[in-house]
Write a new protein. Structure first.
Length: 140
């Protein structure tokens, strides 16, 4: 799954434009999600040098992103296309501005892992039986 993650207030305490203290277990959880095969997108209001500092802060802790403020992978030929919509396309957004606030990182991992498992299980059931239900059985 593609997971967009905010920086200020989510990975670190909100001290913008400075970088706040790390939220407990944030980078550890995100590294684990990446190890589980999820594509992480850093999705933040930061730009220029402030963005570079945030990316470096994460990299210094072993956290690397598939994309940064973009729908294209870091280093991709199309990473910075002109006219590209600034809207990030992701399956899940992790942000301190969520309705209900930001759960702790252990809960986030459980929710994302459960969602990934649920999605995998749904795919198993979309085979021929699903097509037969939709279109009916083929008559001889």
């Amino acid at each position: 799954m593609k997971i967009a993650v905010d920086f200020d207030g989510t990975i670190v305490e909100h001290k913008y434009p400075s970088i706040g203290k790390e939220k407990p277990f944030a980078t550890e959880t995100l590294r684990r999600l990446a190890d589980d095969g999820h594509q992480l997108i850093l999705w933040t209001v930061r730009s220029g040098n402030l963005l570079d500092e945030a990316v470096k802060w994460c990299a210094d802790r072993g956290l690397h992103f598939w994309a940064v403020n973009s729908n294209m992978p870091v280093g991709s030929l199309f990473e910075k296309r002109s006219g590209e919509s600034p809207k990030i396309v992701a399956d899940i957004f992790i942000d301190d501005s969520n309705l209900g606030g930001l759960p702790d990182w252990g809960e986030i991992y459980e929710m994302v892992s459960g969602k990934a498992l649920e999605r995998k299980n749904r795919r198993k059931h979309r085979g021929p039986r699903w097509l037969r239900r939709l279109f009916g059985r083929k008559k001889a």
